[in-house]
Design a protein around this ligand. Sequence first.
Ligand SMILES: [Cu+2]
Length: 206
Amino acid sequence: MAGLVRNWNSFSYYGKKILLKLFSRPVELILKAKGNNAFLVFTTLAVIFAAPLAKAADMASAEIIDREGAVIGMVTFEETPNGVLVYVEVSGIPPGGHGIHLHAVGSCDPDFKAAGGHINPDHAKHGLRNPEGPDNGDLPNLYAASDGSARAEFFTTRVSISGNAMPALLDEDGSAVIIHENPDDHMTQPIGGAGGRIGCGIIQPL
Ligand SMILES: [Cu+2]
């Protein structure tokens, strides 16, 4: 058990979920196990372990890589009572506006195409300005300064980190952040004329 405690943080999000499922039993089982102290200790520990898991589901992050695979920044996600706060910090991208979206698949292979299209389970039109939009994965533009660095904070009510009424970033096939080469006009299909994919990050639980 000591080893499990020590290695807890090395388990993946889904690994932790599976372990908790194994350790957490319905209340009837706990009652049945009266007198079996080892089982009760096990169950108590499972409850203690549930705390870090619940916390993990509230935060996520994505390390952003460029087309050469070099790390150029980080995006973090925080679930708040009414939506998700998104904090972006990147460098080494062309100055000016860049479309930045939440894409449907947590993969950056081979040239960021595997990230798929925007998170958009209801098949809405793309664009924050579009009366038939937006996609759940749409965000305002990111603006890089003349030195190629950009920092921004966004807020979206169209996704969730682990799932509530809104699509989860950490769903079965994950999600990715994509930074595009040009600004998003928030209207044109399918991606607001934002052009190629210059940055990608797989969203992972924190
Ligand atoms: Cu995009």
